[in-house]
Design a protein around this ligand. Sequence first.
Ligand code: CND
Ligand code: ZN
Length: 364
Amino acid sequence: MKAAVLYEANQPLVLEDIELDPPKAGEVHVKIGAAGICRSDLHVMKGEANHLLPAVLGHEGSGTVLDVGPGVSRVRPGDRVILSFVPYCGHCHFCLTGRANLCDLHGATPGTLFDKTTRLHKGAQRIHHYGKVACFAQEAVVPETGCIPVAKDFPLPQAALIGCCVTTGVGAAMFNAKITPGSTVAVVGCGGVGLNVVQGARLLNAGKVIAVDINEGKLEFAMGFGATHTVNPTLRDPVAAIKELTGGLGADYTFEVFGSSETLLTAYNAARKGGTVVVVGLAPVGDNAAIDPVALVRQEKTLKGCYYGSSRPALDMPVMVQLYQAGKLDIDGLITRTYRLDQINQAYRDIDGGEAGRGVITQF
Ligand code: CND
Ligand code: ZN
């Protein structure tokens, strides 16, 4: 099958034929239907995130089940599925306490399936699976718990986006911050994930939603997803602007959704005393943010990380599906660019090109 393989950081992905072994026990063979262009893959391509290479990237995916390995009971051939980049073991402390997005076995098996082997290889060379999804390819083998079934007529691109940016962004607002009605919110970084924090805040009836982005077009686009105010940090100090828009207090909730110490500090400093700062973006490895420990105490801010929207993917993705079907989440409007798999390097050049919304690979 054809796949886009990353051999080395800062080199283009290589589109080539590689082998995919059949699913083992508890695994599912999926024909990929759509794959979203998320910045997390770009962090690996740029060497800003560590990952075993070579690897097939792509963690925002959906597809149709082709066949299943022994013991699989949740899905059958022909089923349409959202792929979760944190499949869960169901036995570790975190799975048992309702935090499957933090599954220990998943964390302990990076780049492989749960048994620490790969189904992907080229001849004798092992090729790793990013997030146990690896959807920048025509097909994938994934753990059964990484498959969230949707109706057979549910659109595959929208399903793919629920696989990362929707659940990550809306979940950050809903499950992590638990935004209360009427509150003030600032979202730093309004790309695919940040737009979903914005529309999550709208869904939760936030009073003011301040979009912060260095790109004017992206700020304007965010207004269509529920932003009530915009701030461009290239034009003025974002912390001062957010304070001004919140009666001098700072926002009740701030979100970092780009991935840098600079934007983390913007979010941190723009939160009011007692406010909540939620970090969603993945800063480059080695990056550090200096937080004044005394100010943390005296201002009683809460600084939290948020992985996969603090969701329980198998339970919460169907909620995103329902909210979309009820017209409460706009996923159609997020999709502004579609590509063929062989255009993937262009798709990643475009993510930094300034066009708003999400790109999706729809042809394999
Ligand atoms: P995308 O590139 O679409 O959006 C990033 C946005 O940030 C763009 O609109 C930029 O213009 C904007 N931006 C850049 N610099 C600044 C700045 N200084 N101030 C304000 N805005 C700025 O990326 P994405 O939405 O796909 O991903 C965003 C981050 O979220 C990224 O780091 C990705 O790796 C991470 C992420 C996290 C998780 C999770 O589970 N926590 C899941 N998926 C992605
Ligand atoms: Zn992602």
